[in-house]
Ligand binder design. Structure first.
Ligand SMILES: [Ca+2]
Ligand SMILES: [Ca+2]
Length: 470
């Protein structure tokens, strides 16, 4: 009898474990990277940061590609080199957070795309292990979408789509396209316009800018590390993305993974916004690019400015949106780059903490606070109601002291009358505001930012969406 009970208990325990694992697995986003790594140092930099966050996602492909900057070669060897360095620190990273992928698994998903530029790599005979892998990944029995993050030219994705387009029924093409989520760092070859024109329903985030026309300075992604001297915009703190900061916090005396982060040639990590957009920190919401995140904010429209693209845009895409933010010179800046640089201190500190994780025991490193609300993320109120915001259940795994900030995000939501919403006690755990006058239901987005006082200080978020009814 005892044995039966024990066996039953064991079966139940195994079932619970399997369920939890399955849940854990399924809640992650599926991510596949296309990178023109080695065209200049910044893709290698982004790969270091990406691997430091690789437990956030189900990483399903790391594919070396071409771009306008590297037209005839691909460099999978460099991805392998950085993944090997990751392999040396993975055990230590796991002391801090679970879920870091196995090194041999990561090596097995490194692929090469066809080594030619743009549309020259599209068509019969142009399949590559990269494009075939992409098709296979999307075709997997898994309902979750696949996020394709494009750090160079997207022609590997274009070839995959071309093949599907040529060999499948309209329904099956639609099914394939509907599983894709694409985030490109501008158009780094001429296949982007072809993809968008040929597959008009494809979810596509693209900040304008083409190398050929010298127009990258329109691009949102430059907000990751530019300023008025390096990216032609004001307001951002360059010191925390510059080489001395990176040497001190990432590259030197921070173990083998940090040591793979090369010296910046132009700007630090132009490609990182594509995955900072997907970091699960409570701020962003991947299916809603207009909500804003560490990877910027984008709105859905058909851009009219032809010089930003290879050819006039044929359809709405998720592209440049502006935020008004206080800059380091204490003046308000309104720009699309600000949708990224406004979070610069938080994402840089977060990266530094993770590189510390790669070499330090748990007690010698900092871990992010857990931002938690005492109420739902969505609140429904009426004009004149006092809306109570409460983050007092927030905690910190290291026992750090917490500070709070409630930030109205007037660019998001339908209620956009700046400066008329006054949040009381906006720097404490409990804050409030009076629901404003509206003539129809309007939404207000409030961001809770909870920061700890560890070293480096880390920040996590919650978003409160308040709907005010007349
Ligand atoms: Ca790149
Ligand atoms: Ca902490």
């Amino acid at each position: 009898m005892r044995t039966i009970k024990k066996t039953l208990l064991l079966i139940i325990l195994v079932m619970i474990t399997v369920c939890i694992r399955a849940q854990d697995h399924n809640s992650k986003l599926r991510v596949l990277v296309l990178t023109d790594i080695e065209n200049e140092p910044d893709d290698a930099q982004s790969m270091v940061r990406f691997l430091a966050y690789s437990n956030n996602w189900d990483v399903e492909g790391l594919i070396a590609t071409t771009s306008v900057h590297q037209k005839k070669k691909v460099a999978a060897w460099r991805i392998k080199e950085i993944v090997s360095a990751y392999g040396q620190v993975r055990t230590n990273l796991l002391l801090h957070e679970k879920g870091y992928p196995d090194t041999n698994y990561l090596k097995s998903i490194i692929k090469e795309s066809y080594p030619d530029f743009g549309m020259a790599a599209i068509g019969n005979g142009k399949d590559s292990e990269g494009s075939e892998w992409l098709i296979k990944t999307v075709d997997k029995e898994d309902n979750r979408p696949v996020w394709v993050l494009v750090w160079g030219g997207p022609n590997c994705l274009a070839q995959a789509l071309w093949k599907v387009h040529m060999t499948r029924s309209p329904d099956d093409i639609n099914k394939f396209v509907s599983k894709l989520r694409v985030y490109t760092i501008s158009d780094q070859d001429d296949t982007g316009p072809w993809i968008r024109k040929t597959f008009p329903t494809l979810f596509y985030i693209c900040s304008p800018g083409t190398h050929d026309r010298g127009a990258y300075h329109h691009a949102t992604w430059t907000g990751i590390s530019g300023d008025k001297f390096h990216g032609r915009f004001s307001g951002a703190d360059f010191s925390i993305v510059d080489n001395p900061w990176l040497d001190k916090n990432i590259r030197k005396d921070h173990g083998p993974l940090g040591a793979q982060h090369p010296f910046t040639k132009y700007l630090m990590e132009g490609d990182s916004p594509s995955f900072l957009y997907l970091v699960d920190n409570g701020l962003g919401s991947p299916e809603y690019p207009n909500y804003g995140s560490w990877g910027g904010r984008y709105e859905l429209y058909q851009p009219k400015t032809e010089k930003w693209f290879y050819e006039p845009e044929t359809r709405p895409i998720w592209t440049n949106a502006e935020d008004e933010v206080m800059g380091i010179d204490s003046t308000f800046q309104t720009s699309n780059k600000a949708t990224i640089w406004r979070w610069r201190k938080a994402y840089q500190n977060d990266f530094a903490a993770r590189i510390n994780w790669s070499i330090q025991p748990y007690k010698n490193a900092n871990h992010p606070p857990v931002a938690k609300l005492a109420h739902p993320n969505n609140l429904h109120v009426k004009i004149g109601d006092t809306v109570l915001l409460n983050a007092s259940p927030s905690t910190d795994p290291d026992g750090n002291q917490l500070s709070y900030e409630w930030i109205e995000y007037p660019e998001v939501g339908t209620y956009a009358a700046r400066n008329t919403l006054k949040i009381e006690h906006e720097k404490t755990a409990k804050a409030s505001f009076i629901a404003p006058n509206v003539t129809r239901p309007e939404t207000i987005h409030i961001i809770l930012a909870v920061s700890d006082n560890g070293t480096p200080a880390l920040t996590r978020y919650q978003r409160v969406i308040v709907t005010v009814f007349p």
